[in-house]
Design a protein around this ligand. Structure first.
Ligand code: ZN
Length: 486
């Protein structure tokens, strides 16, 4: 059983975060003031389905304490053992049709067998067809006394207004870093896993408030009862925190050695998007600490803004390294704090491929907020300032071609390109990691992924993952490919 399922909360007390929602639902149960239909909305992994299950159980629990299920009565134990037929969970993603909903309506007319209320939990409710929504609306308009609905969705804008207006709505928020950290530490202690502080921070940050992602990443990173940052660096290609803060500080100071840093990231095949994600977070925290609006903050904000644009562009870029290098060049060229606040006047016209690429990538309408200097002049000064680097650095820079170490290849299948494509359609660290740790080969139309661990196998076998793997293959023009996970 996966750790996520093992540590799925069973009562309100063990539910992580969502304090307001928890308290309101418990009070409604304690006061016997529950309504006929609820709608839980919010990002994935924030506890909507877990809350729905606990709520359904608590409403029917014969011995609840202040709205919290007792976990001992027939209802609580029956639900736990999957024997309770009066709490019905439906995944709308696989039951989208009107017939499914009609069936529910017909069955809803019958009294529950063992509980006070018959409860329908409809997950991913936005996936229902138009006809199904209409059928659902009919029963929501006049629900039988003994029936309650709990609808859950990540995409509230796809749920018709007529449905929304008949539900009591609860908005689930992303978990705070503190909540995620506390839950992971708890699981680590229960499972006797040693995890270092850097790794805990890394997982917390990467999961972005989704506890399910945090726990599955945590699980994947366990090696012999340990999670170490050195191992994470190795498998995920992330960079040391120290390296990140140094790089960010150098960038703010317009230190040209940042270009060399990017080249070395590239040659060690580090995940550059993750690296800049961390750089952004570091500078963001730095600007957040400022107490006065001085020159420093102007510079930091400019760097932050430019990097943020670059990061967004990189997601759709054919070459992420190139996009990030251009972003850094833009920052370096904008001003040189060691000489003057003004850009150095242009002497030589820009001719390199990299500058041409920048013009294509970033239209010249963009102006850094620091100075009023015309954009053309800035670009020329960029060249003056960085020409030495182009002249003396990696040959790849000089030639103007996209420098890139040969990715690991299997046959003529570009594994790294495939992983990048997967990341573009589904940015989930756990999947990327599973793929990196696997042997991938393409024989005709059959893609074989040999997973090296059980967890990697499970995460790749998952139907959702399969769907995204196919999408990724399509995006690199590989169609009609069958995927085999072994
Ligand atoms: Zn109970």
């Amino acid at each position: 059983m996966s750790l996520y399922l093992k540590y799925r909360p069973q009562d309100f007390e063990s539910l992580v975060g969502q304090g307001f929602i928890k308290d309101t639902l418990k009070k409604a149960i304690a006061d016997k003031k529950t309504v006929g239909a609820y709608l839980f909305t919010g990002p994935r992994g924030t506890g909507k389905t877990s809350t729905a299950r606990i709520f359904a159980k608590a409403i029917n629990c014969t011995n609840n304490t202040d709205g919290n299920p007792c976990m001992k009565c027939d209802v609580c134990t029956g639900f736990h053992e999957n024997k309770l037929i009066d709490i019905i969970e439906i995944d709308a993603a696989s039951h989208t049709g009107v017939d499914n909903i009609r069936e529910i309506i017909e069955k809803a007319q019958f009294q529950p067998t063992k509980t006070q209320y018959k409860i329908y939990i409809i997950d991913e409710v936005h996936m229902l067809s138009k006809g199904a929504f209409n059928a659902l609306l009919k029963i929501l308009e006049e629900p039988p006394e003994h029936v309650k609905f709990i609808l859950a969705t990540t995409e509230i804008h796809k749920v018709p207004e007529t449905i929304l207006s008949r539900c009591q709505r609860y908005d689930f928020r992303n978990h705070t870093a503190e909540d995620t950290r506390a839950r992971l530490s708890y699981i680590a202690a229960e499972e006797s896993v040693n995890i270092d502080g850097e790794s805990l921070e890394y997982i917390t940050k990467t999961s972005n408030g989704g506890l399910r992602d945090a726990i599955s990443l945590f699980e994947q990173l366990i090696v012999d009862g340990n999670i170490s940052y050195a191992h994470i660096e190795e498998t995920l290609g992330v960079s040391k925190q120290e390296h990140i803060s140094q790089f960010a500080d150098k960038l703010i100071a317009s230190d040209e050695s940042t270009l060399k840093d990017i080249a070395s990231l590239e040659s060690s095949w580090k995940d550059i998007q993750l690296f800049f994600h961390d750089v952004l977070i570091y500078i963001g925290a730095k600007t957040g600490e400022q107490l006065t609006i001085g020159k420093d903050i102007q510079r930091e904000l400019f760097v932050l803004d430019t990097l943020h644009d670059t990061y967004t562009k990189a997601k759709h870029s054919f070459d992420q390294y190139l996009t990030f290098r251009i972003g850094v060049l833009k920052i370096l060229s904008s001003y040189n704090p060691t000489t003057s606040a003004q850009p150095v006047p242009a002497k030589i016209a820009p001719t390199t491929q990299a500058l041409k690429a920048e013009k294509i990538e970033a239209p010249t309408t963009e102006k850094p907020p620091v100075e009023e200097t015309p954009v053309v002049e800035q670009e020329e000064s960029l060249f003056t300032e960085v020409q030495d680097i182009f002249a003396t650095d990696e040959p790849a820079f000089e030639s103007g071609e996209t420098p890139k170490p040969s990715p690991p290849q299997t046959g003529d299948f570009d594994t790294e390109g495939f992983i990048t494509a997967v990341k573009a359609v589904w940015a989930k660290a756990a999947i990327t990691m599973s793929l990196r740790g696997s042997d991938i080969s393409l024989d005709g139309n059959n893609l074989t992924i040999k997973a090296k661990t059980k967890v990697a196998f499970a995460s790749l076998e998952n139907p959702e993952a399969q769907e995204f793997l196919h999408k990724a293959l399509q995006s690199i023009n590989k169609t009609d490919i069958s995927i085999k996970i072994s």
